[in-house]
Ligand binder design. Structure first.
Ligand SMILES: Nc1ncnc2c1ncn2[C@@H]1O[C@H](COP(=O)(O)OP(=O)(O)OP(=O)(O)O)[C@@H](O)[C@H]1O
Length: 309
């Protein structure tokens, strides 16, 4: 296919890792004689405007992000549904998209995947909050305790330190402990495909397209990013001690067996309501507060993946 590959670099992602990776990527692209354009952006809004302008020229055959889940998320309004393949060289802290789609952490291997040009159509979640605010999410929308965790982690100093030490996922564990000191469980109603379920002490409700969120937690272990369904994990009816016991089991997906406290649902749309507003974060970025509705939109994105991915 003719055309150039547009690389969008979030220089902030992974605490500056994005910028270092960019240099290596450019060296390889020049050596290969690949047609490309490199766009470094300092904010999501800047990226949306500039990528939108470049795509209008019609010469772009793929958009590749050097960043994390938040950077991918930010460009969904311009890339999703455009038919232009979307690629990733992971340089974030959580990197749940790369984990789900089997994109290697090694930037040069991830670049090989982009250059090979093979795609897999993946689903997206479209969320709506009060006032009709619409957003697209690739991995998961976290509501409740884990929304508080995302809010605490984003922009925190400990996230920078964890990234510097190469343990970006640790930031989410620190965030959990901090959020547990503040968050109070509350009554929530989760409606999937029109069937409502009430939970008296609701801690969190994650609406996921793929299995992984929060830096590698296997929240909905049976979810596949292209299965045409959304998956919901609700943690409820327990105290802080039980939450701490359940948390490590999220790493393997073993929490789904604790059916007294963990309910897994799936369908094509889900609404979370709560007795008082709870924060929602999609792909680790703010998505508003409850009530929030997510609708699964199948095959919205052609993602550049490994041949066996
Ligand atoms: N194109 C962009 N350029 C610059 N900053 C961006 C862009 N898109 C999003 N951002 C901001 O940069 C922040 C960090 O980006 P991102 O989430 O990709 O990296 P991370 O937080 O290190 O990784 P992860 O989301 O995988 O944990 C986002 O939370 C967002 O505020």
């Amino acid at each position: 296919m003719n055309g150039l590959i547009l690389f969008v670099v979030n220089e902030k992602s992974g605490n500056g890792r994005g910028n270092k990776i960019r240099t290596k990527v450019e060296e390889r692209l020049r050596a290969n004689g690949t047609a490309y354009e490199m766009l470094a952006t300092s904010s999501e809004s800047e990226a949306v405007v500039r990528v939108g302008e470049i795509l209008k020229r019609g010469s772009v055959k793929a958009v590749a992000v050097i960043g994390g889940d938040g950077t991918l998320h930010g460009l969904l309004p311009v890339v999703a549904g455009s038919g232009i393949p979307y690629g990733l060289i992971p340089s974030g802290s959580g990197n749940d998209t790369s984990r789900t789609l089997g994109i290697p952490a090694d930037p040069m291997k991830a670049l090989d995947i982009i250059l090979a040009g093979r795609t897999r159509a993946v689903d997206l979640l479209e969320t709506f909050t009060e006032g009709g605010v619409k957003q697209r999410t690739l991995t998961a929308v976290a509501v409740g305790l884990d929304g508080e965790v995302a809010a605490d982690v984003n922009g925190s100093r400990y996230k920078s330190w964890c990234n510097k030490l190469g343990v970006g996922s640790l930031a989410y564990i620190i965030g959990l402990f901090r959020a547990l000191t503040k968050f109070k469980p509350r009554s929530i109603t989760v409606t999937v495909d029109g069937v409502a379920r009430e939970f008296s002490r609701g801690w969190l409700s994650v609406i996921a397209s793929g299995p992984s969120y929060g830096g590698g937690l296997r929240i909905c272990p049976d979810a596949k990013p292209d299965d045409g369904r959304l998956h919901v994990c609700v943690v409820h009816n327990c105290g802080v001690g039980r939450i701490l016991l359940i948390f490590p089991t999220l790493l393997t997906g073993g929490h789904v067996k604790r059916t007294r406290y963990v309910t897994i649902l799936s369908g094509s749309s889900a609404t979370v309501r709560s007795s008082s507003p709870m924060l929602a974060f999609g792909d680790g970025e703010p998505s508003g507060v409850t009530p929030i509705t997510a609708v699964l939109r199948p095959n919205q994105l052609d993602f550049l993946i490994a041949v066996s991915g």
